[in-house]
Ligand binder design. Structure first.
Ligand SMILES: [Mg+2]
Length: 170
């Protein structure tokens, strides 16, 4: 986690500034056609509780979705979690090496890799403080909040402290 980025989020909240995002149940119900029509070329996903349950491998349904999306979009993953590369091995997406969420440093690596512009990029994640704030701070075209993967599809849950933090938007 990037402490400076997180403090920027807390300051944003204290000032009661709005965040721009849309909310959907999961990555499996996002209208990817609509994103394409809006000119989105690059999708950046969070890993834990967005592409998979917390710390879990990606299931077959999600692997199939990634393969399908890779034909139409450039795909990246941003995660502060460990063992990212192992869990994503063999999938057509670029995994950022840094763990700097919610700083915009985290996004820059993926944009640079794909030569993508913020105005052509959507970020999808389950935490307002990390994913949604980052998408807003980086000026990305779309910020999409999903419900925690484990809540929708089952599987290992995030540690209690993390679940409490999410509940309070921290
Ligand atoms: Mg997450």
């Amino acid at each position: 986690m990037n402490i400076r980025g997180y403090c920027a989020y807390l300051a944003h909240r204290l000032r009661r500034r709005p965040l721009r995002f849309v909310e959907v149940a999961s990555i499996h119900v996002i209208d990817y056609d609509a994103l394409k029509k809006k000119g989105i070329t690059t999708l950046i996903f969070d890993l834990d509780d967005t592409l998979a349950a917390h710390g879990a491998p990606l299931d077959e349904k999600t692997r199939a979705l990634i393969e399908k999306l890779a034909k139409r979009f450039a795909l990246g993953v941003l995660s502060n979690g460990r063992k990212r590369a192992q869990r994503l091995r063999g999938l057509p997406l670029f995994c950022a090496g840094n763990r700097e969420k919610p700083s915009t440093i985290a996004v820059d690596e993926i944009l640079k890799h794909y030569h993508a512009l913020p105005s052509q990029t959507a970020l999808i994640g389950d935490r307002v403080s990390m994913d949604i704030f980052l998408a807003n701070a980086a000026g990305l075209a779309e910020a999409i909040l999903v419900q925690p993967y484990s809540r929708v599809f089952g599987g290992p849950q995030a540690p209690l402290l993390l679940r409490a933090a999410r509940r309070f938007g921290l």
